[in-house]
Write a protein that binds this ligand. Structure first.
Ligand code: SF4
Length: 61
């Protein structure tokens, strides 16, 4: 992936972190893309984006 970002609206369900911990981290308030994210994890990033219940995970491939 060239770029991964999270739009406003995260409900802190932690699915993205569970599915793709190398890219996403979730605190008490919101999810973030890790500063050292491994954007080569294409399948895991797509899986996390599809699993997000509020569709706020975006990526540019
Ligand atoms: S899967 Fe979506 S709603 Fe859940 S923590 Fe990640 S960004 Fe937030």
């Amino acid at each position: 992936m060239k770029k991964v970002w999270i739009a406003p609206g995260c409900i802190v369900c932690r699915a993205c972190e569970d599915l793709c911990p190398d890219v996403f981290t979730v605190d008490e308030i919101s999810a973030e893309v890790r500063s050292d994210a491994d954007l080569s994890s294409r399948d895991s990033i797509e899986e996390a984006a599809q699993a997000c219940p509020v569709d706020v995970i975006n990526y540019q491939s």
